[in-house]
Design a protein around this ligand. Sequence first.
Ligand code: 9PG
Length: 479
Amino acid sequence: MDPPALRSWTLPAPPEEVRVLVSGYQSWSEAELRPLTDLQSVPLMRWRQEQGHDPAFLPSGEAGVWRSHTLIALVRPDGGGWVGCAGNAAATFTHWEARAGNGNVEVTCTQEGPPTGVAWEETGDVIGTLEALAARLGQAMNARTPPPLRVWCSWYSYYRDVTLEAVLQNARLARDLRLPFDVFQLDDGFQAGIGDWLDASPGFGGHARDLPGPLRELGFTPGLWLAPFLAAPTSRLAAEHPEWLLRGEDGQPLLAGHNWGGPNHALDTTHPEVLTWLRDLAATVRGWGYPYLKLDFLFGGALPGVRHDPAVSRAGAYRMGLQALRDGAGEDAFLLGCGAPLAASVGLLDAMRTGPDVAPLWEEESRRLWLGDATGPSARNALHTALSRWYAHAWYQPDPDVAIVRRERSLLTEEERGAVAGMLDVIGGLRASSDPLGGLDGRELALLRRCLELSPPDRPRTLTHSLGGAVTHFGRGTF
Ligand code: 9PG
């Protein structure tokens, strides 16, 4: 049952003239300026719902109804409109719904967790108002915005077949080519299982603790990927500590999405032993020599479920888990979130993936059309989503995901690869690449160097967007 409306407003605007900007729940969720009368995608498959949405506040499936987390903007053709934004997200999820009415638009705001203040403003300048309200939330939650970093990540070239030697080979090449990376980050594939982070996968050809030494010698900061709130049903973690798993009303461990060829469970981050485990895990990998952690699939810590401490809200439970990881990794660790509730992470993470995964192709609409899933990996989805969340600069360093400059094993055209570089420059935040550096020719390397240039973010001048033509006017660029 839906919670009661906290407040509602009737906007005197014809729905067919209004566009809606939603923020989306977590990193991979849909977030773009769209005509209000369009249909907000809702995935047909249940396991996709958990991975892209808040399962307790799914899109309605009705055309003309848009649901958003934390903030929402309704934009008139003249650029003015209405903006709503939560004042704080540390213990409370704030849900917005905009509904096309008969000659007007109905907006309702509900909250899950202890009630907190929300701002609602009519404005002639949606861009400025949204930025100001998002910045206020950032201040209220002590946002961390350290300088951005340039990262090489193993995922989008080696995927789960990554080896210790492949990462070192790329790091040696980066050093020889004087590519300006700060961090070399090992992604998924090194570990024995999801949850079993301390044991090596036989295919990795070594142990993750053996990588930081040589990486340091080559001049790079070592980075490591973890999905610390998940546990595969086949993991040693789940077998040894079934009482740590987050459960549903029926007492069964909850389904926390479906990846790596099977379902996953999530940890109950209000359980004192889980908090100790998370703190020790982060301290252990920090001790191996990793001060940069990419913490992925974090939505698992905020799923609706029956918790050890039932008095803690979902946002509160999620932050208890994050705080344990922060305590273990240390104040000076650089923590990047991914697949993470966006606003509930402010103050505990240094950077955040603000879009779905990149892929070596521009656009892939079949998932949206056939499966109702707007969160599919593509360069266009990743960049447009990150652009549509430009205000997140006040919350942490945005991570728009890696640039792909290689021409081999990529469907991106010359023009699209150039557009990626231009959009990254507009977005600001982290800069990352995953291309195998050995295969790049002079032109590709030149483009990579361009993509790695750190630049301050632009702010949009107008919020113009056409999905078909992939047009967004932001600051300097038109793409
Ligand atoms: C490692 C990868 C990389 C990548 C992350 C994340 O919705 N999904 O089904 C979905 C699956 C995987 C995924 C993103 C979304 O990728 O974003 O950078 O670290 O995990 O497994």
